[in-house]
Design a protein around this ligand. Structure first.
Ligand SMILES: *Cc1c(COP(=O)(O)O)cnc(C)c1O
Length: 459
């Protein structure tokens, strides 16, 4: 009981803590919860220790705020790090729209209510070389909508057993199909599915043929799958729509990117080959905001947009603004638009090496050994899983702390730096760090490596 009396009041602790960079009610709630925990201890800590614990608790909470980070993982499309960063011009366009009223559903010509997203849909269709297109919240939503709409009266959806894949955390194609009210009609085997397997499975209960990009894995050896062209002609003959979930949806010719040298099918190509509808993510290889694009035949897009769920899955004005600006960048460019994802994938090795040399040269006096090393970067986001790009990393073997402690310290830096540990050393891959972040990166590394910045001496 003596110990309990020694616990300082909440008010006293709040005054001692001062502003914490998070809302005061949250600070109060953290202090209260911490004191509840302290009351269960046998020995109550003295006030300084208690304040230290509380500052640590505040710091932990602050680190959970959504904030910009430096991606040193070498994985360009990293779902945990928010996938594609937007181009500067795109972010500025969004900021302008965000703070003002817009003509979102207002026709400036007539002064009356206008169609939402009509312009975005038009330029998306141009990019996909399709009759029509639309965008929803993400590719998962696009897939659910397509399934819901086309399995409405005829519930069976034909899909190859080789494409019943799991994409990222908790997104499993068979589960999506089932929650969409569709009945799975699996055909073929894990490694081999022929066009005939599909043709034989078609009945008067078939609402859709679905082909799903395997995204994050590849099979090799005794494998076969039906091509879009084959499925397209079966679909046409039997009067059943063919939808292709492309996942990443490259719009550039990935085979022309040094190191990738593998062709990722584009929406336009897949539609040309015979798909009636395609869907793909907006924030993977396309390099835009989180969204799910659907492109294809006009009548089918109209049906998808007519489904009651479309309203629940539609994009908000900020996303539409980001999409519009990203699409305009794509349509205005030659082969490779000025989108960060594409620029990072294409950054010449020599540029990365020069930046790394400069960074390491600026980190003299570090408590650790620094080297510029060759590394491997990846596309991520389920695209081209077998391809890795030559890259350059800064490798750090800290002397003042263990490598995992070092990694944690820079993760909690300002801004946070996310690297990886390879062979007992910490690495920051420069392919995924935009050059504009070099100075901030150097700043965080300096603190962690205990490099004393010389205070400029007065003249
Ligand atoms: C990533 C992916 C999805 C999900 O896309 P989100 O935009 O994250 O919803 C769906 N299908 C495939 C094949 C994918 O690769």
């Amino acid at each position: 009981m003596d110990g309990l009396r020694a616990i300082p009041s909440v008010d006293r602790l709040l005054t001692a803590l001062g502003p914490q960079g998070i809302p005061r009610p949250l600070v109060v709630s953290i202090v209260r919860a911490h004191l509840d925990e302290v009351r269960t201890r046998e020995v109550v800590p003295d006030e300084d220790t208690l304040l230290g614990e509380l500052r640590e608790a505040m710091r932990r909470r602050r680190s959970k705020r959504l904030q910009p980070v430096i991606n040193g993982t070498g994985i360009v499309i990293h779902t945990n790090l928010g996938r594609a960063p937007l181009a500067g011009a795109v972010a500025r366009a969004v900021a302008d729209l965000a703070a003002k009223y817009t003509n979102l559903e207002f026709d400036l010509e007539s002064g009356e209510r206008g169609g939402r997203a009509a312009y975005v849909e038009e330029i998306l269709a141009l990019l996909c070389e399709s009759e029509s297109a639309t965008a929803v919240n993400n590719c998962a939503a696009a897939l659910v909508l397509i399934l819901r709409q086309f399995a409405r009266s005829k519930p069976e959806v034909i899909i190859s057993r080789g494409e019943l894949v799991q994409i990222g955390g908790g997104f499993r194609i068979p589960e999506i199909l089932e929650t969409s009210g569709a009945t799975l009609r699996e055909v073929g085997t894990t490694n081999r599915t022929t066009a005939r397997d599909y043709a034989e499975a078609i009945s008067d209960r078939t609402g859709l043929i679905l082909k799903v990009h395997q995204s994050n894995f590849r099979m090799s050896g005794f494998v076969e799958s039906a091509t879009v062209a084959e499925l397209g002609s079966i679909a046409k003959e039997r009067g059943i729509p063919l939808a292709v979930d492309l996942g990443s949806g490259a719009i550039v010719r990935t085979e022309r990117i040094a190191g990738l040298e593998e062709h990722e099918p584009t929406p336009a190509e897949v539609l040309r080959e015979g798909a009636d509808l395609v869907c793909f993510s907006g924030d993977k290889l396309f390099g835009g905001p989180q969204s799910g694009m659907i492109a294809g035949r006009r009548a089918l897009i109209q049906q998808v947009k007519g489904h009651p769920l479309f309203r629940a899955f539609r994009c908000d004005k900020l996303i539409l603004g980001a999409l519009q600006a990203s699409l305009e960048l794509c349509l205005g460019a030659g082969d490779f638009p000025a989108l960060p994802v594409i620029q990072m994938l294409r950054a010449p090795l020599e540029d990365l090496r020069q930046r790394a040399d400069r960074l390491v040269a600026g980190l003299q006096g570090a408590k650790g050994v620094l080297r510029v090393v060759e590394s491997r970067a990846e596309t991520g986001g389920g695209a081209l899983p077998e391809r890795s790009l030559d890259s350059i990393a800064i490798e750090i073997l800290p002397k003042n702390k263990k490598v995992n402690e070092f990694a944690r310290e820079v993760r909690l830096g300002t801004p946070p730096v996310i690297g990886y540990i390879s062979d007992g050393a910490f690495r920051v891959d420069l392919r995924t760090v935009p050059a504009e972040q070099d100075a901030e990166l150097a700043g965080v590394l300096k603190v962690a490596l205990e490099i004393r910045t010389r205070i400029p001496s007065p003249l």
